[in-house]
Each structure stands twice: as C-alpha cells, then as structure tokens.
Design a protein around this ligand. Structure first.
Ligand code: TXA
Ligand code: MG
Length: 344
C-alpha cells in the first residue's frame, strides 16, 4: 500500500484533511498528530477498521484501543452511562491528555475494546486531531502510531519509520507538545484509579474528585500471575533495542559509574549539561528539574539511541513528581524496571 503524507502547517491547510477523513469514515487508517503522541486512527465503530489497526501495529488483540472524540455529545452513545464524577473530570481537563474508562455501550465493537466490557475515551486538544475527527464524523480509535513495543512517535518521521506502506495516510502536524501518552484513569468501578500516568497528574485528579489511586503497576513490574488492570501493562514497551538500566543516585555517582563502565556501545541518557562530563556518547533529555521537558524529549531520545546503535544504556533517574511520574513510568518500562542504586 502507498502511504500518502499530508503536511498541515496552518488552519488554511485544513481542507487537505478531507480526503483522509473520508478514508477514515470508509474504514481506512490514518496516523494523526495529537498533543500527546501521534495516534494511528480508524473508525472506532467499525470492527474491521480496528482489526486493521492491530495488524498494522503488530499489536496483541487483547490490548484495547482509546476512542477519540471532538465533542462531549459524542461520548454518551459510546458508554453505558456517564457517572457524575466522570463528567466533572471531563469538564476540568478535556480537551486534553486524559483518557477515561467507563462501561461500554453496544456501539463499541469487541475488536475496539479488546474484548473488555469497558471503553477508554479521550477528547484530544490538538486542533488537527479535533478537525479530522469532526470531518470524519465518527469517533476514532487511535493507539499510539508506533510498531508495538517501540517508543511512541512524537514526530511524523517516527510514524514513517514504523508504519510507512502499512496505512493510508500520515498527517504531519509537527512535533507533539506533551510527548508522553495521556493519563488513563478508570471510573468503571470502585475508587478512581490511574492505570497509566500522563500529563494530568494524580494531584490534578484529586483536586477535582477528592480521591485518586495510582495502580501499583505504574511503579513496579507486574508480578507473574497477577491480572493487569490495563492490558497494556503486561507488554514490554517503549523500549529501544539496547538494554537500558536506570541508575538512581546523585550526579557525581552516575558519572563515576558510567565512566568506569565505558565499553564500546555504551551510551548515557542524562539531563541537560551532564553529557560533557561523561566518557561515553550521551543523549540529554531535558533539564533535571523540568519534568515537562523530559516528557517532551524522552521518546525521541529512546529512538535516537537505536539510530546510533547503542547496545547498553545507563539512564539518569527522573523525579517521579507531577508529570515526572509519567516520565519515570515510561523510562522504567523501557528498562524493564532494572535499577541500580548508586552509593553517594
Ligand atoms: O495519548 C494517548 O493516549 C495516545 C494518543 C494517540 O491519544 N494513545 C495511546 O493509545 O497511547 P495506546 O493504545 O497506545 O494506549 C492505550 C492504553 C493501553 O495501555 C491500553 O491497555 C489501555 O490504554 N486501555 C485502553 N482501553 C482500556 C480499557 N478499557 N481498560 C483498561 N485499559 C485500557
Ligand atoms: Mg501505545
């Protein structure tokens, strides 16, 4: 299949989106920019379109897709009911990097929900995403537009690397602002619980709902035999080809460790300004105190490590506070939760 690339640089270009929107409504696939990461979109109400998404990504079929809407009125038909707490969260943080899980309605095919009786819905903020959902006239199922297991794409070039020839369109809208995927929160029963951290932090959810749990799988590897609250937790993710180890401890200890393990193929993933003190090639992923910048750069940095042929990566530990929790979670999963505690 030939993949057509459509570049959008301003609202004046929006009419160029119509052919891709028509293709989506008719069951085709298009990668679209969102404020978090690029999504691989298809008609969420069309089981065949969802199956094509799984095939293009090489994604396990039990890992459900997020359904994207552009207007609140599109939500109610997709779910059994919208509880009052869901509505309050939506009013506070939609459009934005937050996905809400509720019991699904019959409109959502099993192929879209991965066979679950719930559905994850998000209203993105990115104007191009909103425009194409509106033009398609249907809600769009869109997982991140990467090959399953690879870091999520934050630029159209990343999508091209993974999916060229496998999908109908790539809409190039430039770099994604947030850089890590949305916060996934379940309101489908019990206390509100974050299954995947993102741009909307636990504190921000608590500010609206009073309570919010964070699933233990955010912090630690899922134990064998434990059922994942979110199927995506089971799979190795975000990982470059190199083995990644996170080093926890002060900068001086990091420098000492890396410089005494400076074999061929070793790379460092560190904070801004630290690379010059290391005897191995280094990729910097934002200032130590700026979790937002780290989120913006992390996936790009992980892909660059592949491009440069890294075989072994030592990474600096992010803070885990605020948006830093999302950075921590993605990096720990890229490292399969392998951490070395350095003595200070
Ligand atoms: O920011 C984002 O959320 C991006 C952009 C494109 O919107 N999308 C995205 O989708 O990251 P994806 O498919 O890569 O991640 C969806 C995550 C998976 O870990 C999946 O297991 C979980 O959400 N998920 C989806 N529906 C679920 C459900 N009904 N119950 C539990 N987990 C669910
Ligand atoms: Mg993904």
């Amino acid at each position: 299949m030939e993949t057509k690339i459509i570049r959008i640089t301003s609202p004046a270009d929006y009419p160029l989106l119509q052919e891709a929107a028509d293709c989506l409504r008719g069951g085709g696939l298009a990668a679209i920019p969102t404020e978090t990461v690029y999504g691989l979109a298809g008609n969420a109400l069309d089981a065949e379109a969802s199956k094509k998404i799984y095939a293009a990504k090489g994604r396990p079929q039990d890992n459900p897709l997020i359904v994207h809407i552009a207007d609140l009125s599109q939500w109610a038909p997709l779910v059994a009911e919208i509880p009052e707490n869901a509505l309050r969260l939506a009013h506070a943080y939609w459009p934005g990097p937050m996905t809400i899980i509720l019991k699904k309605s019959d409109q959502i095919p099993d192929a879209t929900s991965g066979g679950l009786d719930t559905v994850a819905v998000r209203m993105p903020e990115h104007p191009i995403a909103r425009e194409i959902i509106t033009r398609a006239g249907v809600p769009l199922a869109a997982p991140s537009a990467n090959t399953s297991g690879r870091p999520s794409p934050t630029r159209a070039e990343h999508v091209y690397e993974d999916l060229n020839g496998k999908i109908d369109y790539i809409i190039d809208g430039g770099e994604c602002a947030v850089g890590v995927e949305s916060t996934v929160i379940t309101l489908a029963g019990g206390t509100p619980r974050i299954l995947r951290p993102g741009g909307i932090t636990p504190e921000m959810v608590r500010a609206v709902l009073g309570v919010c749990e964070v699933d233990p799988a955010v912090y630690e590897q899922l134990q064998a035999g434990v059922k994942a609250a979110s199927p995506g937790m089971k799979y190795r993710h975000y990982a470059p080809k190199a083995r990644v180890t996170v080093l926890s401890g002060p900068l001086e200890a990091f420098i000492r460790y890396v410089n005494t393990h400076a074999d061929a193929g070793v790379y460092a993933l560190c904070f801004d300004g630290e690379g010059e003190r290391l005897n191995v090639p280094a990729i910097e992923y934002g200032a130590q105190t700026d979790s937002g910048a780290q989120a913006h750069k992390l996936f790009d940095a992980l892909r660059e490590l592949d491009e440069r042929g890294a075989r072994r990566v030592y990474a600096r530990m992010p803070s885990g506070e605020g948006v830093g929790l999302a950075v921590y979670n993605r990096l720990m999963r890229a490292a399969s939760f392998e951490v070395i505690e350095l003595e200070s």
